[in-house]
Design a protein. Structure first.
Length: 289
């Protein structure tokens, strides 16, 4: 176990007085439960991050949520500066490659608190970068999570119809823990979110909407993205949508592959295309200041 203050001062690792072998064994048992037991994760309010890039991402964006880091000596050496941002009470434990492989990790693994979602006080939210997700499948949600930070999205509200688990280790690893870059609320009441700010425009996607290539956005707004978890169910928010947009098929597109310009785009791809065309002329999803 490393003492970060000692490690960062280049004096070297300091072995804590506790039984490190017993501590590592107990930690391994907890890791296994966090990886396999959803109810345990929710009960403990903890989640496991396996991907080393995801661990780096969490430490960079939310070091306050990291509870324990397990990593190879090489990884610890390469990331010694970022480790200095962790809470002083956060243990940093050296695992060899074999120990990490037992938990499907390579060079680093971490235990972190489940990100705290926004509560009913919406007064401090910058609504110009907010998504409402409805009827999302796990794969659709995974793609949106991976894409949203690149579009400067800061808040995501998922309705109960979304078939998702934000604590799923595979989801966290596949998206490099991007949820720690945003505020993600599961089982949210989307109607309440819309009712809170009736003056702000709600934007939706449908084939009959305006072309995203020929339109501009206002400075503030909320975007509704719908998935296919319940294809026969129409979102109750349709009646509140102020503007409908479409990503029409293009015969020519010098910026990329025209095969991506289909009407049956995934929600994440549609989001990326709309934001890439909107970014030069609007602050709807402008990078944060």
């Amino acid at each position: 176990i490393f003492c970060r203050d000692t490690m960062l001062s280049k004096i070297g690792p300091l072995l804590c007085s506790r039984n490190t072998a017993g501590f590592a064994e107990g930690a391994a048992k907890q890791i296994r439960r966090l990886l396999t037991d959803k109810e345990y994760r929710l009960q403990q309010k903890k989640m496991c991050i396996q991907n080393s890039d995801a661990v780096t991402n969490v430490i960079f964006h939310r070091p306050d949520l990291v509870q324990t880091v397990f990593a190879t000596a090489e990884w610890l050496e390469q990331n010694r500066k970022s480790l200095g941002t962790l809470n002083r009470s956060c243990p940093v434990i050296t695992f060899n490659a074999r120990q990490l492989k037992e938990h499907s990790a390579t060079s680093a693994l971490a235990i972190a608190s489940i990100p705290v979602v926004v509560d009913s006080d919406y007064s401090n939210i910058e609504w110009s970068r907010t998504l409402l997700l409805d009827n999302m499948t796990p794969s659709e949600f995974r793609s949106v999570l991976y894409t949203a930070p690149q579009c400067a999205v800061e808040y995501i509200f998922c309705s109960p119809t979304c078939d998702i688990d934000i604590t799923d280790p595979e989801l966290v690893a596949a998206t490099n823990a991007t949820m720690f870059q945003m505020k993600v609320t599961q089982n949210a009441d989307l109607q309440a979110v819309v009712d809170e700010f009736p003056a702000l425009p709600l934007v939706g996607l449908r084939e009959e909407g305006e072309s995203c290539f020929d339109t501009t956005f206002g400075a503030r707004g909320i975007m509704l993205l719908e998935g296919t978890a319940n294809p026969k169910t129409e979102s109750p928010l349709h009646q509140y949508v102020d503007r409908w947009l479409d990503v029409p098929q293009q015969e020519e597109a010098s910026w990329g592959d025209t095969q991506l310009m289909r009407r049956d785009l995934s929600p994440a791809t549609a989001l990326a295309i709309i934001c890439s065309f909107a970014a030069p002329t609007t602050t709807f999803f402008a990078p944060p200041k």
